[in-house]
Design a protein around this ligand. Structure first.
Ligand SMILES: *[C@@H]1O[C@H](CO)[C@@H](O)[C@H](O)[C@H]1NC(C)=O
Ligand SMILES: *[C@@H]1O[C@H](CO)[C@@H](O)[C@H](O)[C@H]1NC(C)=O
Ligand SMILES: *[C@@H]1O[C@H](CO)[C@@H](O)[C@H](O)[C@H]1NC(C)=O
Ligand SMILES: *[C@@H]1O[C@H](CO)[C@@H](O)[C@H](O)[C@H]1NC(C)=O
Length: 418
């Protein structure tokens, strides 16, 4: 009796521990990613491409929570490879935060990563045929408030043996001609795309196959390939497509949903479409017709996926995305242009770009660097926060686990954003 009671308590403790969210409010298939919790803290102290104190060095080892004592542009000459069990807390960077510019970032095989409030922009000089973010295999990753642009193959590609991924409150923009794709999302392991803006891509905004939930997203100015490409192959897919908003722009020539077939099983609700490019929001909710949804197989019931705590109406989703998608703690010039000038025009403005270094984008900078708050023990948590929250500003204690299950540094980084 006593033993089983003890076991019951143990089991409860273990399951409540494993249920800890990546951060408070994390949602979707990747919500339980643990990142670098239980490992050490690495403070990025310079904007160098490599070497001690660089972002590349920070993510090169497993078991790290990466914070930033600098803000600005990190120009990289080769692809950065992120290790397993890494948390990247871009919201800690002073000034306008961090933009990584150049060859893209690989998360292939990087199990258990948490990535927040950072911008990944490919260069025109980036390897041809490379994606801004690539995930070919791996499980349990969450990308939240991440801005991704200028990939040369896909802007954000998830393709292969990949499970439990969330992309939430992010901004995925402007693949470079000639391929110009928002992202190939192709896995049976579960991908949630939530409150994310897909803007200015010819095709694959995203192209989805497998297990997917697509909830409260905004897709703006897609091109000839379609806004949401449903499978386009023989493999079966099972998707919830809930309360998204599709707004045509100057480059848009086709209806939002394309290339569906009977293997694409989907539950749909309240997807709003504004096709007329007249600068006002005056569309309608798609009727559940085969034509409107490009021949998918409609399901009567929602798939039992993690979903969101609060399902917004499509027009509320638009407002939310405008206010906070991407690395929005401090939006840079690029995201501000995309959100205010392009999306804000409701159909009138949308750029085809082949070179991000010329107008209207004019390159990835400038990014204001700012000044980091004083951190005497250099453990990543500023003195003022430590003093106010009962940790020791003179002792390296940021990686210690607090009573709520998060590391001290996580409680700090989570306090910086809504
Ligand atoms: C960063 O790069 C600069 C110049 O490229 C160099 O002077 C400096 O030593 C580097 N810093 C570190 C920590 O390697
Ligand atoms: C994905 O998440 C589910 C639910 O948390 C879990 O049971 C499963 O093991 C995860 N898959 C992988 C490959 O980690
Ligand atoms: C799509 O939905 C709209 C609104 O319900 C409806 O008016 C229109 O006829 C539909 N188009 C097609 C091709 O079914
Ligand atoms: C803090 O301690 C961890 C190990 O507990 C270590 O990895 C890290 O380098 C230390 N940081 C500083 C600034 O000493």
């Amino acid at each position: 009796m006593r033993l089983s009671g003890y076991l019951a308590i143990l089991t409860t403790a273990v399951s409540s521990c494993s249920a800890l969210l990546a951060f408070p409010g994390a949602e979707g298939f990747g919500a339980q990613a643990t990142g670098g919790r239980g490992g050490s803290v690495y403070v990025v102290t310079n904007l160098n491409d490599s070497g001690s104190g660089s972002f590349r060095d920070a993510v090169s080892q497993s078991g790290r929570i990466v914070v930033f004592a600098v803000g600005g542009l990190i120009t990289i000459s080769s692809r950065i490879v992120v290790s397993s069990r890494v948390t990247i807390a871009g919201q800690t960077a002073p000034g306008q935060g961090i933009t990584v510019y150049g060859n893209g970032v690989s998360y292939s095989g990087a199990d258990n990563t948490i990535t927040r409030y950072i911008r990944y922009r490919m260069g025109k000089t980036g390897d041809s045929g490379k994606d801004a973010i690539t995930i070919a295999n791996g499980a349990n990753m969450i990308f939240d408030h991440v801005s991704v642009s200028w990939g040369r193959d896909e802007n954000f590609s998830i393709n292969g043996d990949v499970s439990n991924i969330t992309i939430s409150d992010s901004l995925i923009a402007q693949g470079l001609e000639t391929h110009s794709c928002g992202g190939l999302i192709q896995t049976d392991g579960g991908v949630s795309i939530i409150r994310t803006l897909y803007i200015d891509n010819k095709t694959r905004n995203p192209k989805v196959k497998g297990v997917n939930e697509f909830v409260n997203n905004v897709v703006y100015n897609w091109g000839g390939g379609g806004g949401y490409i449903a499978g386009d192959s023989d493999g079966p897919s099972y998707a919830n497509i809930l309360n998204n908003i599709f707004i045509s722009g100057p480059s848009t020539s086709v209806s939002p949903f394309t290339r569906g077939n009977a293997n694409f099983h989907t539950y749909v609700s309240q997807n709003y479409y504004d096709p007329d490019r007249d600068g006002t929001l005056n569309g309608w909710v798609f009727s559940q017709s085969t034509e409107n949804y490009s021949g998918v197989d409609f399901q009567a019931n929602k798939y039992n996926y993690p979903t969101v705590k609060t399902l917004l109406s499509p027009t509320d989703a638009l407002a939310k995305v405008k206010a906070s998608a991407g690395a929005s703690k401090s939006r840079d010039r690029i995201d501000t242009y995309l959100v205010n000038t392009e999306l804000g025009s409701l159909g009138k403005v949308g750029a085809l770009i082949s070179d991000p270094l010329v107008a209207p984008m004019n390159g990835p900078g400038p990014i204001t660097g700012g000044t980091a708050p004083v951190d005497t023990d250099k453990d990543g948590i500023p003195d003022a926060y430590e003093t106010a929250h009962g940790t020791n500003p003179n002792v390296n204690d940021s990686a210690n686990i607090a009573s709520n299950g998060y590391a001290n540094i996580e409680n700090y980084i989570n306090s910086l954003v809504p």
